[in-house]
Design a protein around this ligand. Structure first.
Ligand code: BES
Ligand code: MN
Ligand code: MN
Length: 456
């Protein structure tokens, strides 16, 4: 491969890594109000970068939440247009004491860069920017037309970008989207992700007495919302991981026999996965489905936290007035968030124990997506990946969600190329998140070669 842009990327790599570290030092945690300013700072940093490398019309687009970052370069007459997407917001870093180096002080250790957001998604956003910088730096032009849109609310449901995509589709007119926010199936194995699960994230609140009560004086007469909540949760899903909400599975479309056959060819060792990735004594889930099916193509339900009541040191004999659970469901193709939420809400209201009131609230949601694989952009991607990684590309799905990808299809009519460079053990959303440094470098080269292939 003789690409001036790839040579440019290699020459400038140390500086590229410094630029990534600068972005990682900004704690742009989108869910925490105290980091609102940091989210804006991350957006402004990316904006300045896009301007510096020669992108045009660079600007922040204000939303009700954190700003979008937009830029374009539309001078490749007659060539396709790509919409480059990533997110600059990150998940909260806690639990802090489990980090070996502080989450917002990017640190290199054994070939990896450790920081919150290293791989999800700042490392991959910077890889995209650096691919553009290399192309513009080496050729003073891009091989195709490019629009860039970065959001700062992906980790909280992506409402701002969804609103923008729905209301201003013409501003993002393109032929396909390039999303770098996914992983390789295994180290060194070039991967395109062609499916994501959707989700609904909810809060379930149970209220009993009008105020907290002495559990000796009132225990036996006053309802306990935590116990009621436990009863409700126990009825959401059985011991086999089967969701008990009536009608919940009605719209599920299973993967095709062909797709399942390709999954069986993937290098996957269930016992290794149990030991090194999950680290539990046993895996759980619906019998009759492989781990890949269960995590990629079956809906699931999880409880994330049960705040409230007495959680201090020692003992307090109290019957709390209310209890809360954060509950989410992952959805698969053809299930809709609206219907899933409606079924869940009416079921919970029906099974609510006597003496308590329940309230079910939707926090955010996103659709599942499944990308068709027979298009020229997928073919260009596999050619580019083969050059850089020396191997044929595998097509996978992921159990995670990127809410806007479904909207790119629905509102903009764009197929998404999900070309990401994370690894299965990168600790996304967990302590000691990392990005493999080689994947950062080869990721930039892959993105460069991909855009060049599309422009050929
Ligand atoms: N990048 C992830 C999703 C992902 C992870 C896709 C691994 C493929 C492989 C994304 O940032 C994410 O975490 N999304 C959230 C979305 C939610 C908060 C709406 C998720 O999946 O929990
Ligand atoms: Mn992400
Ligand atoms: Mn994430």
């Amino acid at each position: 491969m003789s690409s001036a842009a790839v040579a440019y990327a290699r020459e400038n790599h140390p500086r590229y890594l410094d630029d990534l570290k600068a972005l990682l030092r900004i704690p742009s945690v989108s869910t925490l109000p105290e980091h609102k300013g940091d989210c804006r700072k991350a957006a402004e940093t990316l904006l300045a970068e896009l301007k510096r490398i020669g992108m045009e019309n660079a600007r922040l687009i204000e939303t009700e939440g954190h700003p979008l970052v937009y830029a374009d370069w539309l001078r490749a007459a007659g060539k396709p247009t790509v919409l480059v997407y990533g997110h600059y917001d990150v998940q909260p870093p806690d639990p802090l004491d489990e980090w070996l180096s502080p989450p917002f002080e990017p640190t290199e250790r054994n070939g990896n860069l450790y920081a919150r957001g290293a791989v999800d998604d700042k490392g991959q956003v910077v890889a995209q920017v650096k691919a553009l910088e290399s192309l513009l730096g080496a050729n003073r032009a891009l091989p195709i037309n490019v629009r860039v849109i970065f959001e700062g609310e992906e980790e909280v449901g992506g409402e701002g970008i969804a609103e923008y995509v729905a209301s201003k589709p013409a501003n993002l007119k393109a032929d396909f989207a390039l999303v770098s926010d996914t992983e390789l199936f295994a180290p060194g194995l070039p991967t395109l992700c062609v499916g994501l699960r959707g989700m609904i994230y909810t809060e379930l609140e149970v209220r009993g007495a009008k105020t907290d009560l002495h559990s000796g004086i009132y225990g036996g007469a006053a309802p306990n919302p935590f116990v009621s909540l436990a009863h409700i949760i126990a009825k959401l899903k059985d011991e086999n991981g089967h969701i008990l909400i009536p009608g919940f599975y009605d719209d599920v479309v299973p993967p095709s026999a062909e797709e399942l056959a390709t999954w069986r060819q993937l290098p996957f060792d269930e016992e290794e996965y149990r030991k090194t990735e999950v680290g539990s004594k046993q895996l759980v889930g619906e019998p009759g489905y492989s781990v890949l099916e269960r995590t990629w193509a079956r809906p699931t339900l999880d409880v994330h936290g049960i705040p409230g009541g007495f959680i201090g040191a020692g003992a307090k004999t109290v019957i709390p007035a209310k209890a809360l659970a954060k509950v989410s469901m992952r959805l698969v193709p053809n299930q809709t968030p609206a219907k899933a939420f409606a079924l869940y809400k009416s079921y919970v209201e029906k099974i609510a124990p006597a003496g308590v009131d329940v309230e079910v609230r939707l926090i955010h949601s996103g659709d599942a997506c499944l990308i068709p694989v027979d298009n020229p952009y997928i073919r260009a991607a596999t050619r580019a990946l083969h050059e850089v990684w020396g191997k044929d590309t595998v097509f996978i799905r992921s159990g995670g969600s990127i809410p806007i990808v479904g909207d790119f299809d629905r509102h903009l009519g764009l197929p998404s190329i999900m070309m990401g460079f994370g690894l299965p053990d990168d600790n996304l959303h967990a302590p000691n998140e990392k990005f493999n440094l080689k994947n950062f470098a080869l990721g930039i080269e892959s993105l460069i070669r991909f855009l060049e292939e599309v422009g050929r």
